[in-house]
Write a protein that binds this ligand. Sequence first.
Ligand SMILES: N[C@@H](CCC(=O)N[C@@H](CS)C(=O)NCC(=O)O)C(=O)O
Length: 226
Amino acid sequence: MAAELDNVKLYYFNYNLTDGVGEPIKLLLEDSQVRHQYIQIERTPDTWDNSFREELIASDKPYDCLPFIETQDGERYFCSGPILRFLSKKLGLLDGLSDKDVQFLDSVENLAFDFYISLAEHTVRPIVTEENRKKYITLGCRRHAARMERLYSIHDGPYALGSKVSYPDYVVYHTLYELRPILDVNKEFPNLAKLVDAIEKRPNIKEYIASRPQKNGPLEKELLKD
Ligand SMILES: N[C@@H](CCC(=O)N[C@@H](CS)C(=O)NCC(=O)O)C(=O)O
């Protein structure tokens, strides 16, 4: 493993309902057994808007969002998909893949990110109406899932690229995990069901999920109905 990754710091928010877009990075770090610290910031005006966010903007990397990772040498790297790809590259997880494969992985990650954000946009954002929440729950999320199902049919699974796990798999898995109250992949999306099963059988992930504080996701209301 690249020495600079040892004890890498991952920064993200400690939301109540969801593990958010930091979680696929956490899953990759856990699965690859990278020693790391997870620094979770409370998203309040005092701890974020008027302090940490301002510090970031004033720094030489003036991003104003989380997640980011900080490596041993003090370098910071931002944005979930690019961080996943960067870590995968440093960990040698992209070794042997063609440019065509990596382009495919990037495209799956990009659409998986849209899938994840569509969930937030139709459930927890303040502008969400009850009507568009319902429409998303019945229809909207299935359009995204159906697209992922097609992409996961290209290779002979369970992962996006076939038998080898790669970074978009953690994004798709985490999205499906948060959607579980309204989307039963076992009934509707067989390729995605294979992915969920394969990820959850990975020993390091299994151990991590068992120890992770339980958050029901932005669909908590629906999950708690049963
Ligand atoms: N495309 C970015 C999105 C980053 C992003 O917008 N993060 C949100 C949290 S999920 C944030 O930092 N919001 C803080 C703010 O808007 O002040 C990524 O994938 O990391």
